[in-house]
Ligand binder design. Structure first.
Ligand code: PMT
Length: 232
């Protein structure tokens, strides 16, 4: 159908930050607002897909026609992603997942100690959600088309290519998050799209534009790959 190319497809998208507790009143997190991921969810729904949006703590309304699951920590986002991605066609990891969490979150508020200048926190690695999804195959031996994001402040293309390969993604949306007015929290974004398997050699540059428009372009490129790729 011309106006609903994603009809019949299930798309799962992660968005926003994760929040990793240090004690009952403090946490580790980042500046993701969820705008990029919510724009992707809106675009996929407008194109006719059934959309599951897994969101960290953000203050944004749920886009029309989107089914939303709220989570806080990376481990909760991982659990929801595994559950919802089990029957999905396209998985997009736009969330800024905390790479580390406190080894043990304190049961009570951490007290300031007199006579000690510093406080050492022990952090341990969180699961890599998108790498796990990309390595998972369903009973029929298939897997979703997996699109990751790369948020970099330097050497954008080299780091993004490394993530594309290492996490076994099909496509990656690399954004320079040090550029003024783009990236975290902004209404606009720009990106370099890269594919695995030599497709679109050299990548495709998407210039600065509203996240809503960039999201539409990303979803359209992913849908194009999804319908042209061999069934396995
Ligand atoms: O939310 P906004 O304010 O609109 O900002 C948008 C954004 C800048 C957050 C977004 O465009 C973006 O770049 N999202 C990815 C942020 C990120 O954490 O990138 P990364 O390079 O650290 O991670 C690479 C990929 O692995 C991402 O797809 C990420 O979701 C995924 N990942 C990372 C760590 C982890 N433990 N599990 C993951 O799945």
């Amino acid at each position: 159908v011309e106006d609903a190319p994603a009809r019949g497809l299930h798309v799962v998208i992660t968005a926003g930050p994760t929040r990793e507790p240090l004690d009952p009143v403090r946490y580790l997190s980042n500046h993701s607002s969820g705008k990029m991921g919510f724009a992707l969810a809106a675009a996929a729904a407008e194109l006719g897909a059934r959309v599951s949006l897994i969101s960290g703590p953000v203050s944004l309304p749920t886009p029309a026609g989107v089914e939303r699951t709220d989570v806080e920590t990376a481990r909760q986002m991982h659990e929801a992603s595994r559950r919802l991605a089990a029957d999905c066609d396209l998985f997009i990891g736009c969330a800024a997942v905390a790479d580390y969490r406190a080894a043990t979150a304190a049961e009570h508020k951490i007290k300031k100690r007199e006579g000690e200048e510093g406080l050492t926190l022990k952090l341990i690695k969180n699961p890599d959600i998108i790498a796990d999804i990309a390595h998972t195959r369903d009973a029929a031996g298939g897997r979703p088309f997996v699109v990751g994001f790369a948020a970099e402040t330097r050497d954008l293309e080299a780091y993004a290519r490394d993530k594309l390969e290492r996490k076994r993604l099909d496509m990656i949306v690399a954004n320079d998050v040090s550029a003024a007015g783009l990236g975290f929290g902004a209404d606009d974004n720009a990106a370099l799209l890269l594919w695995r398997d030599g497709e679109g050699e050299g990548g495709e540059q998407l210039p600065p534009q509203p996240k809503r428009e960039l999201a539409r372009a990303v979803i359209e490129r992913a849908l194009g790959c999804l319908t042209s790729r061999p069934v396995h």
